[in-house]
Design a protein around this ligand. Structure first.
Ligand code: OXD
Ligand code: MN
Length: 589
């Protein structure tokens, strides 16, 4: 079967991996519906999937409770030199790591099928897109990858004899020997490793079957490896949603926005406008690849083909379009099950239905204080099913980006919105995002941590160099977008949100849109340009509190950022230090 592969590099690599992992069989995925249906039926038979009676062609899966989120402590960037991974990544010498991986992968697919998944990140044939091949022993991964990427035989045709691809190998790390009993969610948490070799541009993932640890096109390729490609080739691979905004006169602009994981990116990407005449359409909800074109602007594609959205909190109020997107042909992982064969999660309805089965397969007791769905439970749904998918979402040329937004979850200090003075200042805003942690990664929830550009867990090289790459972008794209900072999450001293968020965020997008047209007015402040006016028609809220700048708190912020930046040493670009000094000076004036 492998002889049918035209690409010699691909064939040789697959042979090498078969020899290493010793699977019982090999299956080259054609990406067809028939193949997907067969794999789903097999997983239903084995108790991995439960078919949902209430949603056509949709399934529920429950993971091992030890395998529920990205494992940042076990994620490595193995560059040749430690300094090139930088202080924010885990590192090990590449030779040592390779030896370790080869011993972990030795015979690890015994008794299982090795699936070959050829996939494209981005519309087929787009100059912004890139091809990857994932080898995995998990049919759950195959089915999720079919939703999340463009996958199948046409990718092999596109690759031809000579084409390049990013090789990535994944195993759940549980070989099956004669007499072994397989479990519904095999995984090997003690040995889990998610490893990137940036110079070789390859990915090895062992021991986890969940999300970004296993669907290697997403965080591993489209962010960690692609960020390195972007640095080397003069483009940007970012943890950003992309939206198209149309104003009442029918004029359209595209924005990209970076927020740390589980801070409402999917909600913003599919926002239902509360302002008459304003419309938001979704190009992507998680990742943007942006390349300069001859006209000097940055053009973005969404490299993904589906959404891997956080389920809890998704409701008709917060994100009706996400709910409509996963009405059919979707996979739900670690949510709760209803007795009539549907799914449920905290926040979906105000009152939970009776007789729920929790994400661990037990009858749920509402009095237990435990959630029925895991806080990082997810839906995997095809992007084309989104009712507000943008008509240009698959345009191989990408969409021109007019504004970039940086946000975090901060209950004080950062105002609702402000605009950077220029590109360098905007880069500084990205570099200084901090946010309360969420359940998207293992570890404590609610702790404030720096998450520069929302890329802390996803930057494939030294973060100081990454700031430098951003500063260097004007040389590739002279007509760069304007940059803004936003914070939907400020609270009153009593702990109540000051801003309604969700569909009302259009009011902030409107100001940004009109700033891009030089129509909206702004006031210069120590931290950037603040709106002179914001359309809050119909709302009663405390605008003063939303825009207050507490200079004492900001000076504390500056001192804290200075300490944070120390870790980057000589790799911290001069341009970033200058911005910090200038901010301090303005605050002291
Ligand atoms: C995600 C994440 O899954 O950022 O998108 O963790
Ligand atoms: Mn994300």
């Amino acid at each position: 079967m492998l002889e049918a592969l035209q690409n010699q590099k691909l064939e040789a690599w697959i042979h090498e991996m078969i020899e290493l992992t010793k699977p019982a069989g090999v299956h080259i995925c054609d990406g067809s519906q028939e193949e997907y249906d067969t794999l789903c039926a097999q997983m239903v038979e084995r108790g991995v999937f439960t078919k949902l009676a209430q949603r056509p062609n949709s399934y529920y899966a429950a993971s091992d409770p030890r395998d529920v989120a990205r494992m940042e402590k076990r994620t490595f960037i193995c560059s040749e030199n430690e300094i090139d991974a930088g202080p924010t990544n885990n590192w090990m010498p590449p030779q040592e790591m390779e030896t370790k991986l080869r011993s972990l992968f030795e015979g690890c697919m015994h008794g299982r099928t090795l699936y070959v998944i050829p996939f494209s990140m981005g519309p087929l044939g787009s100059e912004i897109a890139h091809i990857g091949v994932e080898l995995t022993d998990s049919p759950y991964v195959v089915c999720n990858m079919r939703i999340m990427t463009r996958m199948g035989l046409e990718i092999l045709d596109l690759l031809g004899e000579e084409g390049g691809f990013i090789p990535s190998i994944h195993s759940v790390g549980v070989p099956l020997h004669v007499g072994d009993h397989d479990v519904a969610w095999p995984c090997n948490p003690e040995e889990t490793l998610v490893v990137h070799f940036p110079e070789k541009r390859s990915i090895w993932s062992f021991g986890s079957g969940y999300g970004g640890n296993a669907l290697l096109g997403k965080k591993c390729f489209a962010l960690r490896i692609a960020s390195v490609m972007g640095r080397d080739e003069g483009w940007l691979a970012e943890h950003m949603l992309i939206v198209g905004i149309t104003n009442p006169e029918g004029k359209k602009k595209y924005f990209a926005a970076a927020f740390p994981s589980a801070c409402g990116k999917t909600n913003l990407a599919m926002l239902e406008s509360k302002l008459p005449g304003w419309k938001v359409e979704c190009v992507g909800d998680d990742i943007a690849w942006m390349k300069p074109r001859l006209d000097g602007q940055l053009y973005a594609i969404n490299p993904e083909a589906g959404f891997f959205g956080v389920a809890p909190g998704t409701s008709l109020k917060s994100n009706p379009n996400a709910l409509r997107t996963c009405n059919e042909n979707s996979i739900f992982t670690n949510v709760a099950l209803t007795e009539n064969g549907d799914v449920w999660w905290e926040g979906l309805t105000e009152t939970p239905p009776d007789n729920l089965i929790d994400w661990q397969g037990n009858p749920w007791d509402p009095a237990s204080g435990k959630p029925a769905a895991h806080p990082n439970s997810r839906f995997t749904a095809p992007a084309h099913q989104c009712p507000v998918i943008d008509p240009a979402w698959e345009d191989p040329e990408g969409v021109p980006i007019s504004a970039i937004l940086f946000g975090g979850r901060r209950d004080s200090v950062i105002p609702l919105v402000y605009e950077a003075f220029d590109w360098n200042h905007g880069t500084f805003l990205g570099a200084t995002i901090s946010s309360q942690t969420t359940a998207a990664a293992t570890g404590a929830v609610g702790k404030l941590r720096h998450d520069p550009f929302a890329m802390l867990p996803f930057c494939g090289y030294n973060m100081g160099d990454y700031f430098g790459h951003w500063l260097s972008m004007p040389q590739y794209a002279p007509k760069l977008p304007k940059i803004f900072a936003v914070n939907w999450f400020q609270k009153s001293p009593e702990g109540k949100y000051l801003w309604p968020g969700f569909g009302d965020n259009i009011r902030v997008l409107k100001w940004i849109f009109e700033r891009c047209e030089e129509r909206a007015e702004a006031e210069e402040s120590a931290i950037g340009y603040l709106p002179k006016q914001l359309d809050i028609s119909g709302l009663s809220l405390n605008l003063e509190a939303l825009f207050q700048i507490d200079k004492k708190e900001w000076l504390k912020e500056v001192a804290e950022i200075r300490v944070y930046f120390e870790q980057f040493g000589a790799r911290l670009p001069e341009g970033i230090c200058r911005e910090l000094d200038a901010l301090e000076k303005r605050l002291n004036q």
